[in-house]
Design a protein around this ligand. Structure first.
Ligand code: G4P
Length: 527
């Protein structure tokens, strides 16, 4: 029997699907682990950590992928917490960074921005933030490592505003930092949460009448008390008002201070987050907006994870459920190919274990066994054919010239390149002057390595990659393009659809090209 939209609504209301965006070492693994522990999803601390420890180098990662087939365990984690179903989408950092990381963000309804309070907003956080910004999803900030000497909290807020262009609203405020850190003042609940060091299984809470309560002085001491008064008065006068609508549209980020490793501030964060973060949101499609409560099952594929093991060509396609109810074994329409398919081996991921999913709802992510029938962006539906909005493409930042070692393999090489481009593994360009050369563009080093590996394993082709010095790609739209203008620190190439793309070595070269050609448009992605 088909579920009614009321049944689905009950499930939708429980769900929160988000991604953690951060720079490597900010503490994402630690925070994720603590969150999972709250949900009782993993019993032993260190489970998530163990996974990370074994992924220090990409080559190790490849070995691991080979040994255990497909690595999907880390891609999505689901846990229950006080009636909620929480889905955390993993956005890998370090060498694992790739275009998939960006695409994964399209499957999230909100993001948690994790910042090391000693370092502030770092490069990778900024990149990931910008992708979230474009979608206008709400962003929640966790200022981590308050147990260490950090930067002034006002400085951090200002940096968020300057570098990211988003205002912030501190939900709580740190009392001291580093050795002197004695906890936070909760501005919403008007209470103190006391920091004791070590692992906080339970937080000691003191209710107060306000931040000027004598108890605050007693606990913080004169110096920190005076400092706190000054800072909070300033915030009350000059800070932004809390406004849920501005949070929802991504203009204002609620900020929480804490220390993930000490499990301090994590539960408060989680509880507030669950209250303020959006339920699974509607998605645009060729049939208009699809509400999550629409009774027919719909979803789209945002990531395909190839198997690194040459003996197993199968892959896992990750699907975000947009509406309706998913049931194991159900038949759905694969819209692009116009065929019905049966979804019989869906998987859901929980820390280290892979479970077979019997049913799932909007906001959930399921992994579908993919014998090569799916592409990124494919839509599946139980009702009338519809296609979800195309996934965005991203401007590559690393480039390599690619050649084959054995010229006799040219045919397989081209087939492989075509297939991998289509899957979104890499972007391909061709030179416009001199020899016809092929150039690959990616956002993360891992993509080159996956490419090399898959060309060898799936197409039997050894390739040579030669890194090029370019860092920026801009699609040039102009009535008449003069290639001679792209000689210094730049290169003019064409993409698959014959659009002109200029590659630049640095920002200076890019800016001067833009200035020299005021009539031309320089776009970050294909027009
Ligand atoms: P990542 O996934 O974002 O890369 O970061 P991860 O959680 O691995 O944390 C990076 C380092 O920061 C780890 O130390 C971790 O213990 C530490 N860390 C995380 N949260 C906090 C915090 O609230 N306070 C302090 N002081 N440190 C924190 P490491 O030395 O690299 O690893 P390990 O030897 O502790 O495992």
């Amino acid at each position: 029997m088909n579920p009614t939209s009321t049944d689905i609504l009950t499930e939708v209301r429980k769900r929160r699907t988000f991604a953690i965006i951060s720079h490597p070492d900010a503490g994402k693994t630690t925070l994720t682990e603590k969150l999972l522990l709250f949900g009782g999803a993993i019993r032993l601390a260190g489970t998530v950590k163990g996974r990370k420890a074994s992924r220090h180098a990409t080559s190790d990662w490849m070995e691991i992928e080979k040994q255990r087939g497909i690595s999907v365990t880390s891609s999505v984690m689901q846990f229950d917490y006080e009636g909620h179903k929480v889905n955390i989408l993993d956005t890998p950092g370090h060498q694992d960074f790739s275009e998939d990381t960006y695409r994964t963000l399209t499957a999230a309804d909100s993001a948690v921005m994790l910042i090391d309070s000693a370092k502030g907003v770092e490069a990778q956080t900024k990149k990931l933030f910008q992708v979230c910004r474009k979608r206008g999803i709400p962003i929640f900030t966790f200022m981590n490592k308050m147990d260490r000497e950090g930067r002034d909290p006002f400085d951090l807020m200002e940096e968020i505003e300057q570098l990211l262009g988003i205002r912030s609203y501190p939900m709580n405020w740190p009392i001291g930092s580093g050795k002197q850190f004695c906890g936070v003042y909760d501005r919403v609940k008007k209470r103190l949460e006391l920091f004791k060091g070590g692992d906080h299984d339970e937080i000691e809470v003191r209710e107060v009448s306000g931040y000027d309560d004598p108890l605050v002085r007693e606990i913080a001491g004169d110096y920190l008390y005076e400092q706190l008064q000054e800072q909070l008065q300033l915030l009350d006068i000059a800070g932004d008002e809390f406004d849920l609508e501005r949070v929802a549209s991504g203009e204002l980020t609620p900020v929480f201070f804490g220390s993930a490793i000490n499990n301090f501030g994590v539960q408060t964060f989680l509880e507030n987050f669950l209250q303020l973060a959006p339920e699974p949101t509607p998605r645009n499609s060729t049939q208009g907006v699809i509400e999550p409560t629409y009774e027919k099952f719909t979803g789209y594929i945002f990531k395909i994870q190839a198997n690194m093991n040459p003996a197993h060509r199968d892959r896992i396609a990750f699907l975000r459920i947009c509406s309706g109810k998913f049931e194991r074994g159900m038949s759905v329409k694969h819209v692009r190919v116009g065929k019905d398919i049966k979804l019989s081996q869906p998987q859901q991921f929980l820390a280290q274990e892979r479970d077979i999913v019997e049913e799932a709802f909007p906001g959930d992510i399921i992994g579908l066994f993919d014998p090569g029938i799916f592409r990124i962006g494919d839509s599946l539906t139980q009702g009338p054919a519809l296609e979800f909005e195309e996934l965005p493409t991203f401007s590559p930042e690393m480039f390599s010239k690619v050649t084959i070692k054995n010229a006799l393999k040219q045919k397989q090489f081209l087939k492989g390149i075509d297939q991998l481009t289509e899957e979104g593994t890499i972007q391909v360009f061709r030179t416009t002057v001199g020899f016809d050369e092929m150039i690959l563009g990616v956002v993360g080093q891992l993509q080159f390595e996956v490419m090399e590996h898959r060309m060898r394993a799936e197409y039997g082709v050894e390739i040579l990659l030669q890194r090029l010095p370019y860092q920026f790609a801009r699609w040039v739209v102009d009535d008449k393009i003069d290639p001679s203008k792209f000689r210094i620190n730049s290169l003019l190439v064409k993409d698959k659809k014959d659009n002109y793309v200029a590659l630049f070595e640095n920002e200076y070269a890019m800016r001067s090209a833009i200035e020299k050609m005021p009539q031309a448009k320089f776009l970050e992605t294909a027009p």
